[in-house]
Design a protein around this ligand. Structure first.
Ligand SMILES: Nc1ncnc2c1ncn2[C@@H]1O[C@H](COP(=O)(O)OP(=O)(O)O)[C@@H](O)[C@H]1O
Ligand SMILES: [Mg+2]
Length: 257
């Protein structure tokens, strides 16, 4: 069991919420219900992992809640803002100002240094980074002596740490990651997951991460399990063992039903 008490959470307010969220692709015979009336909350300063079999709707859920994709029905709120009420420009602004993203592919610009990559979203938005905050983020991800390096001069793990720092730099309301450690060896993956967990514990960041890896999920405070576009269970204080046990049971049930 994780030894960090859940009561450590600084606040219980909700960073993001999906209510009765459905997403249907295609029409008629080719129709796919990717999300089927999903209701889920992501509380501030909580680290949530989203798990489930391939095709269960994990990426779709993340994309819809993060304002990267439209949905068919239901609603999504980031902080106090209903996404459905926003025009395209407002949605772009919300994504830029309130949401951080970490993807499987690090998505760094090769011609920019680590530091330039970290501050790029804020530079584009014309916002000055908070020096002290940026400093603590750089400290936390251990990149201080690599700030002048370009991505090609960094290891995969270091590049993903740059991506984590980039997501944290603007102090977003919430950070979403889709398999953020999917391209990393287990040691670099553990580092990146450790930084994400620290950002929650020490900086009060909210993080939602899609993963299929029980070890990665064990860094989270909570795991939400999806199957066929629905939330089928959730678990607090997951360990790699309890998550793996759950997945095995779930697979077994799936085969017999
Ligand atoms: N652009 C799309 N067009 C049609 N179907 C899609 C599209 N994207 C995803 N799907 C379908 O929606 C379901 C959920 O996909 P996804 O959210 O990517 O699952 P996961 O991330 O859990 O693997 C799957 O059946 C997938 O085939
Ligand atoms: Mg996916």
């Amino acid at each position: 069991m994780s030894t960090t008490p859940i009561a450590d959470r600084r606040t219980t307010s909700v960073a993001a919420r999906a209510t009765d969220l459905s997403k249907i692709y295609g029409q008629g015979e080719t129709q796919v219900v990717a999300l089927d009336r999903v209701t889920v909350e992501f509380r501030q300063a909580e680290f949530t992992a989203i798990m489930g079999p391939s095709g269960s709707g994990k990426s779709t859920l993340m994309h819809c809640v993060a304002g990267l994709d439209t949905f068919s029905s239901g609603s999504v709120r980031i902080g106090d803002t209903e996404l459905g009420s926003l025009k395209d420009k407002q949605l772009t602004k919300l994504r830029r100002d309130k949401i951080g993203f970490i993807f499987q592919a690090f998505n760094l610009l090769p011609t920019l240094t680590a530091l330039e990559n970290i501050t790029l979203p804020m530079d584009i938005a014309g916002r000055k980074p908070d020096k002290q905050w940026l400093d603590s983020v750089i400290q936390m991800v251990g990149l201080r002596d690599r700030l002048g390096h370009r991505p090609s001069q960094l290891s995969g793990g270091q590049q993903q740490r740059v991506a984590v720092a980039r997501a944290l730099a603007s102090r977003p309301e919430i950070i979403f990651g889709d398999e953020p450690t999917g391209n990393l060896d287990s040691r670099s993956g553990a580092e990146v997951l450790g930084f994400l967990r620290n950002s929650v514990r020490e900086l009060g960041q909210t993080v939602v991460m899609v993963t299929h890896d029980p070890v990665a999920a064990s860094y989270a405070d909570r795991v939400v399990f999806l199957a066929d576009g629905r939330i089928v269970d959730e678990m607090y204080r997951p360990t790699a063992e309890t998550v793996l046990d759950f997945m095995k049971q779930f697979d077994a049930k799936g085969r017999t039903s």
